[in-house]
Design a protein around this ligand. Structure first.
Ligand code: HEC
Length: 158
């Protein structure tokens, strides 16, 4: 009995540590800029980066979204939340580019209009071959339709 409880506690601790680690990794992958640390601290308690990285919103809409998150329990002072809105508007605004070397699956899918399979292929390719340097390199990814990428090339960043 004791032993079973012990294993359960151990498993729970490991789980928590792993999810913290995953959040930490995801936070590091955010584009560098003022407010990044705040987003890393405030926005990963309940869900991953995919939730906001896949969005492309105006300042007003980010403001509403962040207020909604604060209602749900996101913790920050008024000034910190305002800085988070600025960061999100800058890097996940209406015309913001997508960093194809760090984007999670949902961001690749939504912003580049890829299928889930194509988005996963991009991730597999960069994991195996290192960072993309030019949008043309994405054309080498097996199973990704090149015309889709060409149409979005102005949005692609590295
Ligand atoms: C206290 C928990 C909590 C925190 C902290 C939090 N969120 Fe959320 N967020 C939620 C819940 C719950 C949902 C709705 C369910 C879901 O999509 O996971 C959500 C959904 C979202 C969505 C919509 C996703 C969609 O699919 O439409 C966005 C965007 C978002 N959050 C951004 C943020 C940002 C930016 C921050 C940091 C300021 C943040 N969240 C912090 C709980 C939280």
């Amino acid at each position: 009995m004791r032993r079973k409880a012990c294993v359960t506690v151990l498993a729970a601790t490991l789980c928590l540590a792993l999810s913290c680690l995953a959040a930490d990794e995801e936070a590091k992958l955010l584009p560098d800029g003022p407010g990044k640390d705040l987003v890393g601290r405030i926005c990963f308690d309940c869900h991953g980066a995919g939730n906001f990285r896949k969005a492309r919103l105006s300042r007003d809409d980010w403001s509403d979204q962040v207020a909604d998150m604060a209602d749900r329990g996101a913790k920050g002072t008024e000034a910190e939340l305002a800085a988070v809105v600025e960061y999100l508007t800058q890097y996940f605004g209406k015309d913001s580019k997508i960093n194809v070397n760090t984007a999670p699956l949902v961001e690749l899918k939504t912003v580049l209009g890829l299928t889930v399979k194509e988005s996963q292929a991009v991730i597999d390719y960069r994991e195996a071959n290192g960072k993309f340097q030019a949008w043309q390199e994405l054309q080498k990814v097996p199973g990704v339709e090149g015309t889709k990428l060409e149409a979005k090339k102005e949005l692609i960043a590295f």
